[in-house]
Design a binder for this molecule. Structure first.
Ligand code: ADP
Length: 216
């Protein structure tokens, strides 16, 4: 069990905080808006009204003892930057910050945020991949260059081994796992055979993934 502090309980922060709590973690939620704090009081460990740009208020709440802090203030970019900076200066090891746009993300990164999320942009990309091809079940961006897709096996792959499919040569992609009937084959080798109903996790450069998608 980990201890999380989520600052800013808007749509993203709230859904993140409630999910972490449902997963069994300790979650302190902080928001400047009294009504928001009251509404969330029963669905996370602890909810407090405070202005997170006030360093003393954060100290009084013992925020520095938390494992992970998430800054999910989006619209007030100045507050988001200030709070991220305060948290890193307090010595919190892992700070995740939500960015409104690329420039905001860059600033957050420069002041020491450990991970930046762009919820709307990332979800837009995922849904687009999912909508264009019914085989693509999920799309996760690892870095600006690399992604992972989860894809259900197409019929022309059935009963062929990974060596026969030769995705590495054909597309520059690596199959890192095969999901089958609730089990997962991790790091499959060339002899592993794809069966009907399999789901493959494939990692590679984005343009290589897009190239494969076009050929499906
Ligand atoms: P979303 O798009 O996820 O709803 P918003 O930026 O609209 O994100 O919401 C951010 C939340 O952060 C709001 O509930 C707002 O009250 C809260 N917030 C804004 N500034 C501060 C601050 N200085 N301290 C604490 N909470 C804040």
């Amino acid at each position: 069990m980990k201890q999380f502090v989520v600052i800013g309980l808007g749509r993203f922060g709230l859904s993140l905080a409630e999910t972490l709590y449902d997963l069994g973690h300790d979650v302190l939620g902080i928001d400047i808006d009294e009504e928001i704090v009251q509404n969330v009081a029963d669905s996370i460990t602890h909810a407090v009204k405070a202005d997170a740009t006030d360093e003393n208020a954060l100290r009084a709440l013992g925020v520095r003892n938390f494992d992970v802090a998430v800054v999910s203030i989006g619209n007030d970019i100045q507050a988001s930057i200030l709070v991220t900076l305060i948290l890193k200066e307090m010595g919190i090891k892992y700070v995740v910050a939500k960015a409104q746009n690329e420039l905001h993300g860059k600033v957050l990164y420069k002041i020491g945020a450990d991970r930046i999320v762009f919820p709307e942009r990332d979800m837009g990309i995922r849904v687009a991949h999912n909508l264009t091809l019914s085989n693509i079940l999920d799309y996760i961006e690892l870095s600006p260059e690399y992604s992972i897709i989860e894809i259900s096996a197409i019929s022309s792959w059935f009963n062929k081994s990974l060596s026969q499919l030769n995705m590495r040569r054909k597309y520059g992609l690596n199959v890192i796992a095969i999901k089958r009937d609730g089990d997962v084959i991790i790091s499959p080798n060339g002899d592993d055979v794809i069966l009907k109903g399999d789901v493959l996790a494939v990692v590679g450069q984005k343009h290589d993934i897009e190239n494969m998608e076009k050929h499906l």
